[in-house]
Design a protein around this ligand. Structure first.
Ligand code: SF4
Length: 258
């Protein structure tokens, strides 16, 4: 790695070692700070602002260099090797710190570390085009199919996201694409809405599967600490039968649904 790339700086919310939910094998997840969306159910509200925040005697975020991050990630190289794991960049929105994310992915590849990203794909295509060749697996959310509803509940409309997903059909790469749907009861779980998402996903050439993520309330306490209201106070996490019903709808269009 050349010295300049190693010294590229970004704002990291936190790093978590040993995750088994953010890609294959054991993974170190690097959460970057800052996101242009404002999903009502966001479980990481402390990742939304691009600024480092102080709240409830806690500091959310710190400036790190690529060298700092990779040094931490390399501590688990042996676990990555034996489990097929690696590093996952998550957020916030990693594409909102494009230079830092690119440098992290390049450095990971230079160290033979498997790479995954978790992203909304809300970024110019030029950013995504440059990042894709450095990524083994991309987890991309489709939160809501309807453009206007997406704008209301996520703060931006989804045209850019859907266009970017479609454009992954054009790239020459071994990218594994997993579409994730955060299932919010009563919000985005209507049969026709899930069917539209399923049909759309069926047209994605790089798709390896669709993952349904049940709504949870893990971020609620963080809203309180940040002094912000939680927008979905009345919704409860879904039962397993509900998840199975939603999976069956998507399975009409895509075989691999988990
Ligand atoms: S895209 Fe993710 S980090 Fe950003 S507001 Fe939505 S749920 Fe939160």
């Amino acid at each position: 790695m050349v010295r300049d790339a190693e010294e590229e700086r970004g704002v990291v919310l936190r790093m978590e070692r040993g995750s088994t939910h953010d890609g294959e094998g054991f993974r170190t997840v690097v959460f970057l700070k800052g996101c242009p969306l404002r999903c009502w159910w966001c479980s990481t509200p402390e990742g939304q602002s691009f600024e480092i925040e102080n709240a409830d005697e806690k500091v959310y975020g710190r400036v790190m260099t690529v060298g700092d991050v990779i040094k931490e990630v390399k501590k688990d190289t042996a676990f990555f090797f034996h489990s097929g794991g690696g590093v996952t960049l998550s957020g916030g929105e990693i594409l909102s710190q494009p230079e830092f994310s690119l440098a992290l992915l390049r450095a990971s590849r230079a160290n033979c570390i498997n790479t995954a990203i978790e992203t909304s794909f809300y970024a110019p295509w030029s950013v995504i085009r440059d990042i894709i060749p450095l990524v083994n697996t991309a987890f991309v959310d489709i939160k809501i199919f309807d453009q206007k509803k997406h704008e209301k509940l996520c703060g931006v409309d989804n045209t850019l996201i859907m266009d970017n997903l479609s454009r992954t059909n054009e790239v020459e790469s071994a990218l594994k694409l997993i579409v994730r749907i955060p299932l919010i009861p009563g919000v985005n779980d209507a049969t026709d809405e899930l069917a539209q998402i399923g049909k759309f996903c069926a047209g994605l050439k790089r798709l390896r599967g669709v993952q349904l993520l049940p709504y949870h309330r893990l971020g609620v306490d963080t809203y309180r600490k940040l002094g912000r209201p939680y927008p979905l106070s009345d919704i409860q996490p879904p039962e397993p039968e509900y998840m199975s019903r939603c999976r069956e709808i998507i399975r009409l269009y895509v075989k691999a649904v988990f």
